[in-house]
Design a protein around this ligand. Structure first.
Ligand SMILES: Cc1ncc(COP(=O)(O)O)c(C=O)c1O
Length: 497
């Protein structure tokens, strides 16, 4: 049985001046809450003493009401669990009344909602529902230094002071920001200070805040085509006009962007490892992009989501590091390099915009949770972070090579593999002739999910029509030994089309 909150006092109002006896009022309120399913079977009810205290009455009416509810079968006593809502209420008791969920559906059906809320649709995506072979964004949890992490968590728990229970710095903990700033200066060639760094709930929040600060409805924004769907959603929600700019082996085609729409307000790019095709933006394209941003006064939003993982060459410096005009907003995340449930990312803000970013952020969440920032500051400064990245680079390289080999062996010329040797996913496309319909990859990904193969279809990464169907395969969380079987499964799915 699902866990239900135990012993919480339900919303009950008693009126001492009412002609109805107090015990009857309590009985009626409980009965109604049980029949409405506001109180669920198995849910523990508070002790007579606590309920009497909360209601400001003596224990007698509470004892009488509970006795009646027990006698009529609404409540039952369970050994070790106290008194709970009965698990065996007759169906006719509960089904004729509108439940909370049904009332909610009826209430929202006719009332207006914002036009903005219909910009995005929550589409079915079974490939996001599971975990295992090829799940995109899944990291190698089995290789995470859990012992070190747990001891740091325990250490921080033990030394929690009154201060750590209060609201933290709205930009993020200073110690953590200093550590991240130092990491970015050293490993990503950024020129930044801790005061320009805002800690956010993953890169997704960084995108949302950046859009609110930089963009107005109707502004045109270059997005990569194909590109990162969740970034596109943020700009669409901000009311921007999206300008899909093609990507090739050198990353975003800046000249094409200029031809399509020179005066865009911003460009969103993943230069270290284009999502999803995996190319690295060439040096000349980087310079062209910054030159365009300088000439047109546009912003460049750089999403540097998995730059730590390059296997054939050392990491490429960030666009931010090349920029001398404060035109780049740099976004990074710990979702890939540590684990995504941390929900920690950062945004490096041009010094003159820090207050605007902070004002918008304040309207959202008053600041990031502080506990894990403190833990991470130690994890990084004690060297565990750098060590973890080094180890993961070797591991992911092995996994990537095993996947590429398996694809070559099992799928041969059926697919084309895209991307430089980087990151935690690779993308395969199928020849357009094999699969003419754009949405065939959705169909296959759905069938694959039923077989616990979590491949992402490529077509949703396109704003326009996908030229070729394909799949994004995450290998970060797929051990080498499991890869051949998973690729064979994929081959059978493709062969059965
Ligand atoms: C392009 C891109 N950016 C960022 C992220 C990470 O997002 P977050 O930091 O919100 O977890 C992902 C995750 O898959 C991604 O693919």
């Amino acid at each position: 049985m699902k866990k239900v909150p135990s012993g919480m006092v339900p919303m009950i109002a008693v009126d001492r001046k009412a002609p109805e006896a107090l015990y009857r009022q309590i009985y009626n309120a409980y009965r109604a809450a049980i029949l409405d399913r506001r109180l669920r079977p198995g849910q523990r009810i508070p002790s007579t003493r606590s309920l009497a205290f909360e209601l400001g009455v003596s224990r007698f009416p509470v004892l009488n009401a509970y006795a009646q509810l027990l006698a009529e079968g609404y409540l039952e006593s369970r050994v070790g669990a106290g008194t709970v809502v009965s698990g065996s209420l007759p169906e006719q008791f509960t089904s004729s009344r509108p439940t909370g969920a049904r009332l909610l559906a009826a209430a929202s059906g006719t009332r207006p909602v914002s036009r903005r809320s219909s910009i995005l649709r929550l589409e079915r995506a079974p490939w996001l529902q599971g975990w295992g072979a090829f799940s995109v964004g899944q990291v190698a949890f089995d290789h995470f230094p859990l012992q070190v992490w747990s001891s740091l968590v325990a250490r921080h728990c033990r030394k929690m002071s009154a201060r750590s229970f209060h609201y933290g710095d709205q930009m993020g903990s200073l110690a953590f920001r200093e550590t991240i700033a130092s990491y970015l200066r050293t490993a990503r060639a950024l020129r930044c200070e801790a005061r320009q760094l805002m800690i956010v709930s993953g890169s997704q929040q960084a995108l949302e805040i950046s859009a609110r600060v930089l963009l107005d409805p109707g502004d045109r924004v270059w997005i990569e085509e194909p590109g990162y769907r969740y970034a596109r959603d943020v700009f669409a929600l901000a009311g921007c006009q999206l300008v899909p700019v093609p990507v090739d082996q050198e990353g975003l085609d800046v000249a094409a962007g200029i031809r399509l729409c020179r005066k865009a307000r911003a460009a969103f790019v993943t230069p270290s490892h284009q999502f999803p095709l995996g190319e690295t933006m060439s040096a000349s394209r980087r310079l062209q992009l910054l030159d365009w941003a300088q000439k047109t006064g546009s912003w460049v939003i750089e999403d540097d989501y998995d730059s730590e993982y390059r296997y054939e060459s050392s990491p490429i410096a960030s666009l931010h590091g090349l920029d001398s005009n404060s035109s780049v907003i740099y976004i990074g995340t710990l979702s890939k390099v540590l684990f995504p449930s941390l929900r920690l990312g950062y945004v490096v803000i041009p010094a003159g915009l820090v207050d605007r970013f902070l004002a918008i952020r304040r309207a959202m969440d008053l600041g990031p949770p502080s506990f894990h920032q403190e833990v991470l500051a130690d994890f990084i400064s004690e060297g565990h972070f750098a060590r973890h990245i080094r180890r993961m680079r070797v591991l992911y390289h092995q996994r990537r090579s095993a996947l590429a080999d398996s694809i070559r062996r099992e799928l041969g010329s059926m697919v084309e593999v895209h991307g430089s040797e980087a990151g935690m996913h690779l993308t395969v496309t199928l020849p357009a002739v094999t699969l003419p319909a754009r949405s065939r990859d959705l169909e296959i990904a759905e069938r694959a999910a039923r077989q616990k193969l979590w491949i992402w279809p490529l077509s949703p990464a396109y704003l326009g029509a996908a030229s070729r169907p394909g799949f994004i395969l995450g290998f970060g969380g797929t051990p080498v030994a499991e890869i051949p079987t998973a690729v064979r499964k994929l081959r059978n799915l493709l062969a059965g089309m």
